[in-house]
Design a binder for this molecule. Structure first.
Ligand SMILES: [Zn+2]
Length: 387
């Protein structure tokens, strides 16, 4: 009978066979020896080897205080929500959302309709009439026929029309590499895609400044999207659909450069780059960009997993840029979702479960900082003029 190295099992044999290794490794192979011990712990084969990564959900044995916060400590303006994501179709849907907002302490929600024309008009009607003061409605950016000569004027004109019907901002405007408001399915050839710094948008950004409406922009995406899917991919399999590695898109850095050029070109236009401008993994670099461009603001929506994994650095960042960071959710309207945010921002709880493989740590923000993050910055940076 063939001698097997210690720990060599049928599972490993099957894996080797699948990888094209016809022969079992020799007992003296240094790689095989190394693999058997990691940080002094002997690594032996077992049932865990057959587990799929997507199914790994460890149960924590840690016993530490758990604080339940049903309602935010101070009134909140949520500057980042979506009517489509929240499936808001009828007045009853909106009524239910308002009730939830009351329960969790959200005074107002900014709703990105991402629409123009009649679709925008319907949403304005749905949100503004029935619950005055509870919602701010933002319109989209018209990106139809961007290569037509009339496009720059047409886009600016439509913004003005939506403004008259109640739009008080533009959002969410997204370029993950396929061009603004485009996806892999409908993208133009790369050189013809519409970018933030495109001269065809000059009139539009100027109109935003004139009407004093901010724009919420999603530029690039989490940097892990540009890294291949595989054993070193940072985010869990749930996020794999967003991966851009090897796709026909500019690099992460090139996309951030379109942001910087747009900010420089339109100093009077107020931009809010969402998700910490997709630089939540590197707040020192984001700080440099904020120092450079006074018209840049950011929201923390959907980046609970960034601030939660670096609570001390995030708290310092939020303190330093206290006038320019806005609170937003971007994650639906479930009660648990809101409560997760309050716990993360208000408590010092440790090892909080979230929606990614790593755990979060509460930031324990002081009251004055919470007030500016939750509400005061939005009151100052958004347009609250009446229709
Ligand atoms: Zn969003």
């Amino acid at each position: 009978m063939m001698r097997r190295p210690h720990g060599f099992t049928p599972i490993l044999a099957a894996a080797l066979a699948a990888a094209g290794c016809a022969r079992a490794p020799q007992p003296q192979a240094p790689a095989a020896e190394k693999a058997q011990t990691k940080f002094g712990v002997p690594v032996k084969a077992g049932p865990m080897d057959a587990l799929l990564l997507k199914d790994y959900a460890p149960a924590s044995s840690l016993v530490v205080p758990e604080t339940h916060i049903g309602k935010a400590r101070f009134p909140v303006i949520d500057v980042h929500s979506h009517s489509s994501m929240n499936a808001m179709k009828t007045a009853a849907d909106v009524d239910a959302w308002v009730q939830r907002m009351d329960e969790v302490g959200v005074e107002r929600s900014v709703v990105f309709t991402e629409s123009v024309g009649p679709a925008f008009d319907r949403q304005a009607e749905l949100f503004l009439k029935r619950h005055p003061g509870r919602f701010q409605i933002w319109c989209g950016l018209d990106t139809s026929n961007i290569e037509a000569a009339d496009y720059p004027d047409r886009a600016a004109r439509e913004l003005e029309r939506c403004y008259r019907l109640g739009a008080r901002g533009v959002g969410e405007v997204t370029d993950k590499g396929w061009g603004l408001q485009s996806s892999e399915k409908d993208a133009l050839p790369r050189a013809r895609r519409l970018r933030l710094d495109d001269a065809r948008l000059d009139k539009f950004w100027q109109k935003c400044a004139e009407l004093n409406v901010p724009i919420n922009v999603h530029i690039a995406d989490h940097p892990s999207c540009w890294q291949p899917l595989g054993p070193n991919q940072e985010r869990t399999p749930d996020f794999q659909a967003f991966n851009l590695s090897g796709k026909d898109v500019p690099s992460y850095e090139e996309l951030l450069a379109t942001r910087d050029r747009a900010l420089a070109r339109h100093p009077k236009t107020r931009f809010i780059f969402c998700h910490l401008s997709n630089q939540g993994n590197d707040l020192a670099s984001l700080a440099k960009v904020l120092d450079r461009f006074p018209n840049l603001n950011v929201d923390i929506s959907a980046r609970d997993y960034e601030i939660g994994r670096q609570p001390r650095t995030a708290r310092q960042f939020l303190t330093r840029f206290r006038g320019r960071v806005l609170f937003g959710t971007d994650m639906g309207w479930e009660r648990k979702m809101y409560e997760g945010w309050w716990r993360l921002l208000e408590t010092g709880d440790e090892y909080l479960p979230g929606r990614i493989w790593w755990r979060y740590y509460g930031l324990e923000l002081p009251d004055d900082l919470l007030k500016s993050l939750y509400r005061e910055n939005a009151l100052r940076l958004l347009n609250w003029s009446q229709q």
